[in-house]
Design a protein around this ligand. Structure first.
Ligand SMILES: Nc1nc2c(ncn2[C@@H]2O[C@H](COP(=O)(O)OP(=O)(O)OP(=O)(O)O)[C@@H](O)[C@H]2O)c(=O)[nH]1
Ligand SMILES: [Mg+2]
Length: 464
């Protein structure tokens, strides 16, 4: 396989639709497209203005049979998504048209693109960095408006600029250290205090970025929220109330929910990935037992637990056992069924549970009208994870790769301080500082290893 052969793929989803977009990229994109695409008005592909759609006949190579009429655009290198010459064919959607045109392109020499290969080329050709490539996939998979906005900002380079600023600071520091080592008579050596200040500055900047990770991850993946409690307290009813659907089966038979039921809900711009679980209790039923194990697993993995109680009755031993299981996790206590008369007020419930966790009152299934207490609960959840909200210009790191590279940079920088105190000469610090610079470069992809790049592009779909 030539490293830079011409690749192609259908970039739109499979199925019936108005249009499908075929994209080919590579040195021979124009000549290969010219075998099948004939712009109306007499010009050939080579004569088309770059970045302009032109109505064209698409013909079979072997006999010139007309296959479709399509809008064709050439985006000549380097001004394209991949940095190579790209031809896009906007043909008719559906199962057949795009596939048959693709077949002809294969005959012309195009190779089927692998998942993420277009973006990978864009990375290789310096059109985007690794953060940019990751934000493309995040944008495609965004499930909330905040997730979309964070990915779009990262795509525009805002996040990379933040990392680059820190890296430049480190490089500036390094060049001073190396100048001192090279020209000791001409350049003043930094005092330890000054060195420490510089190192602290780097650590503080990196910490600032790491602090945003929790928000960034929540924006990208949503808040994984497990609804837990004993049978019949109204967990499924709460899922339905929050999602404004009848997604989960609700009955008055304890043990209704067996398998976990998931639903995405958008609250105040954040995605809530709700998981309704089986009511936890001692059970001899093998199906229910599996459900209870799954419930426990969901609680383990959750970012947030909504612990539901039936507020109309006393807290039972079972409730307490489940709450003990959840204790230590991010939890909100939901006092449901308030319409049946509360056994005690919220403070009393908190006291009985021996917790300072917020207790929220709620009526998931009122006799008439909308469920009560849901808005307040939603606000509480977003405040819990998004703090005082997010300003328009903020952008956060959002994946483990970015986070781990930053942690590596921070650890090495902190190690420099220890070394400094143990009397290591300033010029020796230079070696460590180079490692900090390299770890920061990993975040944007300037100094990243091939296998990490492979892992980033594994998540892509074909055609992107
Ligand atoms: N009066 C009243 N009834 C409610 C309320 N919420 C739920 N219920 C009723 O309580 C019963 C159990 O509700 P579910 O939502 O199925 O309870 P669950 O916790 O999911 O139960 P399991 O799946 O068996 O663990 C149903 O009859 C609901 O209609 C409420 O706020 N008020
Ligand atoms: Mg249920």
């Amino acid at each position: 396989m030539k490293e830079f052969d011409t690749i192609g793929a259908i970039a739109t989803p499979v199925g019936v639709g108005g249009i499908a977009i075929i994209r080919i990229s590579g040195e021979d994109a124009e000549s290969m497209a010219a075998r099948i695409a004939f712009p109306k008005g007499g010009k050939d592909i080579y004569g088309l203005e770059s970045h302009k759609l032109t109505l064209s006949d698409i013909r079979r190579i072997s006999d010139g049979e007309l296959l479709d009429e399509a809008l064709v655009a050439v985006m000549r290198a380097p001004h394209s998504y991949t940095g190579e010459t790209v031809v896009e064919i906007n043909c008719h959607g559906g199962y057949f048209a795009a596939e048959s045109i693709m077949e002809e392109l294969f005959k012309a020499g195009v190779r089927q693109a692998e998942a993420g290969e277009f973006t990978r080329r864009s990375f290789v050709n310096g059109k985007t960095d690794l953060i940019g490539a990751e934000s493309v996939i995040d944008l495609i998979h965004a499930n909330s408006s905040l997730g979309q906005s964070n990915a779009a900002k990262a795509l525009s380079g805002k996040l990379s600029q933040k990392v680059e600023k820190i890296r430049e600071k480190a490089m500036d520091f390094a060049s001073h250290l190396s100048a001192v080592a090279d020209f000791p008579d001409e350049i003043d050596e930094m005092e330890n205090v000054e060195l420490e200040k510089r190192i602290d500055g780097l650590v503080c900047d990196i910490d600032g970025m790491l602090d945003g990770f929790a928000k960034g991850r929540i924006m990208r993946d949503g808040i994984l929220t497990a609804i837990a409690g004993r049978p019949n307290v109204g967990k499924s009813s709460l899922l339905n109330a929050l999602s404004r659907t009848d997604r989960a089966i609700v009955t008055d038979i304890p043990g209704t929910t067996r398998d976990t039921v998931e639903e995405y809900v958008n609250i105040n711009g954040v995605a809530l990935r709700l998981v309704d679980t089986a009511g936890i209790r001692e059970s001899d039923n093998s199906v229910e037992k599996i459900g209870i194990e799954k419930a426990k697993e969901a609680i383990e993995n959750a970012d947030l637990c909504l612990f539901v109680l039936d507020s109309s009755c006393e807290i039972s031993e079972e409730d307490l056992e489940i709450f003990d299981y959840i204790r230590g996790k991010n939890t909100i206590v939901i006092l449901n069924k308030t319409d049946m008369g509360m056994y005690a007020d919220s403070d009393k419930f908190a006291e009985l549970l021996k917790t300072d966790t917020d207790c929220f009152v709620c009526t998931a299934t009122p006799k008439d009208g909308a469920p009560l207490g849901i808005d307040v609960l939603e606000d509480r959840i977003t405040r819990m994870f998004m703090g005082g909200g997010i300003s328009k210009d903020e952008v956060f790191i959002s994946n483990d790769r970015q986070k781990n590279a930053l942690i590596k940079a921070k650890d090495i920088a902190q190690g420099m301080k220890t070394a400094l105190y143990s009397g290591m000469p300033a010029d020796m610090l230079y070696v460590d500082l180079e490692e900090v610079i390299s770890a920061l470069g990993e975040v944007t992809g300037v100094t990243v290893q091939e296998e990490i790049i492979d892992r980033v592009f594994e998540r892509f779909c074909v055609g992107k």
